[in-house]
Design a binder for this molecule. Structure first.
Ligand SMILES: *Cc1c(COP(=O)(O)O)cnc(C)c1O
Length: 406
């Protein structure tokens, strides 16, 4: 077989469909968020980033960077080992306590990313609970799907955010079998929010455990940034709350919080926890500082400002007739519904307007729902918003894209 030509022809297919991924080469400018320098060959230009998952700009916050500097001075660069073999730093332990407190749980357990936390925790729990059935929301993130697949447990997919369908499926399962309902709070592509209470109610009725991914909500929702479950007073209803340190907290890493026994169980059996080097202490220190800040009244101010920016952008888009998905979150999806146009719009925004919004195409979203996913931050100014909306208006006229009925 000609291996090289196989690889090339597969890539050709992606080009033909307009969904070949090109990464923008950026250099973030600390203290200037959302500004960044974009490199193209030998050239570089300033751009304004509108699609960052560092939703609150905490990745450049002085509280976070100074905690990281200090930890590097104290501990050096790397953890020096897996958690079991000399890698458990004091900062990891402090961070796990901070996380448990954030979600009102007995314990927290750190992983090297949110992806790994979902994969390892779901994979381990579902594999080791004898005869477990996992009920998984149809739009769950790839990391949850991979964890469930890896567990080899029976998997049932319920319709997205559909409590009736979930209940119908739970009722079909033999009552004595262990059951785990896995879902997210804020879904990152449509920005819709799960009916957490109703899902917990049916899970309780059928004796199922619940596993909630709050990756797109931690830091942003709830009076201390504990996520949607905190905002709605539901944290104690969930068996496991999972999150990332890489989005609103601005650093890197993932975690679960749950009972002491459950965390100890995953700590003791999950290959994806055991056999990998622990996070650098400075990352743990930065995450700790970020979480503490977002728990404080200062964090609440940032959340208010964030909501104000999101509302302002939506209002301006409505006035301009630019179609965007209505949803109750901070994610503003501007619908293009064509992969080639979506990529083209993103390219023109970047090249001609210095505005960076990554196109979102299949398989991240279903075909025909291609979009520009905009994530305003507390640090985007009125001028930034005005510039973005004017650029989109230009492009909507030039490319004869359909407008929303204002
Ligand atoms: C980004 C994401 C993850 C993975 O988190 P990382 O820390 O980036 O690995 C998990 N779940 C959802 C829903 C996500 O969007």
């Amino acid at each position: 077989m000609n291996y090289e030509s196989f690889f090339r022809s597969e890539i050709e297919g992606l080009h033909a469909e307009g969904r070949y991924r090109v990464f923008a080469e950026l250099e973030r400018q600390a203290g200037q968020f959302p500004r960044a320098t974009r490199y193209t060959g030998d050239d570089s230009h300033d751009v304004s980033v509108w699609c960052s998952n560092d939703y609150l700009g905490m990745g450049q916050h002085e509280v976070v960077t100074s905690a990281m500097h200090e930890a590097i001075e104290r501990c050096g660069a790397g953890a020096g080992g897996t958690r079991n073999i000399s890698g458990t730093n004091h900062y990891h332990v402090l961070l796990e306590r901070e996380l448990a407190d954030l979600h009102g749980k007995e314990a927290g357990l750190l992983f090297t990313s949110g992806y790994v936390s979902n994969w390892a925790a779901l994979g381990t729990i579902a594999a080791r609970l004898p005869n477990c059935v996992v009920l998984s929301d149809a739009l769950n993130h790839a990391s949850m799907i991979e964890g469930i697949r890896y567990s080899r447990a029976e998997r049932r997919i319920f319709k997205h955010n559909d409590v009736e369908d979930l209940e119908r499926q739970l009722a079909e399962i033999e009552p004595g079998r262990p059951k785990l309902v896995a879902f997210e709070s804020v879904y990152s592509m449509d920005g819709d929010i799960a009916p957490i209470k109703e899902i917990c109610d049916v899970a309780d009725k059928y004796g199922a455990m619940t596993y909630l991914d709050e990756v797109h909500a931690v830091g942003i929702y709830g009076p201390r940034g504990g996520g949607i479950a905190e905002r709605e007073g539901l944290m104690d209803r969930l068996t496991v709350i999972e999150g990332t340190l890489g989005k609103s907290f601005g650093v890197m890493g993932g975690y679960i919080t749950a009972s002491a026994a459950l965390c100890d169980f995953v700590r003791s059996f999950a290959s994806g926890f055991i056999f990998t080097t622990a996070l650098p202490p400075a990352l743990a220190a930065g995450a700790c500082a970020s979480i503490r800040y977002l728990k404080s009244p200062e964090g609440e101010k940032l959340r208010l400002r964030h909501r104000n920016r999101v509302e302002t952008l939506r209002r301006r888009l409505d006035a301009a007739g630019i179609p965007h998905l209505p949803n109750p979150s901070h994610i503003v999806p501007v619908m293009v519904k064509d992969p080639v146009k979506c990529k083209m719009l993103s390219d023109i925004l970047l090249d001609n307007y210095g505005i960076y919004i990554q196109p979102i195409n299949y398989p991240t979203v279903p075909r025909g729902t291609e979009r520009l996913r905009i994530t305003p931050s507390p640090l985007h100014t009125d001028d930034d918003i005005g510039g973005l909306v004017r650029a989109l208006e230009d492009l909507w006229s030039q490319c004869a894209l359909s407008r929303a009925v204002a």
